[in-house]
Design a protein around this ligand. Sequence first.
Ligand SMILES: [Mg+2]
Length: 166
Amino acid sequence: MRPAAFLDRDGVLIEDTGYPHRPEEARLIPGALAGLRRLHEAGLAVCVVTNQAGVGRGLYGEADVARMHLWLRDLAREAGGRITAFAHCPHHPEAGQGHYRRDSERRKPGPGMILDLLRFFPLRREGSFMVGDRDTDLRAAAAAGIPGHLFPGGDLDEFVAGILGR
Ligand SMILES: [Mg+2]
């Protein structure tokens, strides 16, 4: 059982350019790969938890989300890091189309994605934390019973080093 770093995706690992969904256009946050490596070397599992209402809104599909996550998984591994799991929530309570229009405990600020990962992977809550760039990330962390750290932008590796050094 390992603790986990739960990372938001857009605004933490890649620039939040407004529903980014193509690896070819995605821009990594400075220090993202070094930060992933640092977390892995510190003995933490890394899990990405990301609201993807763009799917529910019909802007792109589940296959695009999967392609983005395979791209990130491979980049992390090439940089000496590991991403253990990705969780995403395609639903939106108002803007979702068809069956995507619904409330979901998995959609941040709900804790569902974090709780599911804690349940289905050999992870322990003690020592785990969340890094996000929005208040909803911190609220999801609090609801899941783990600390949340608000990433203000800049270099992710430096920010992660600060958390681990505490
Ligand atoms: Mg974000």
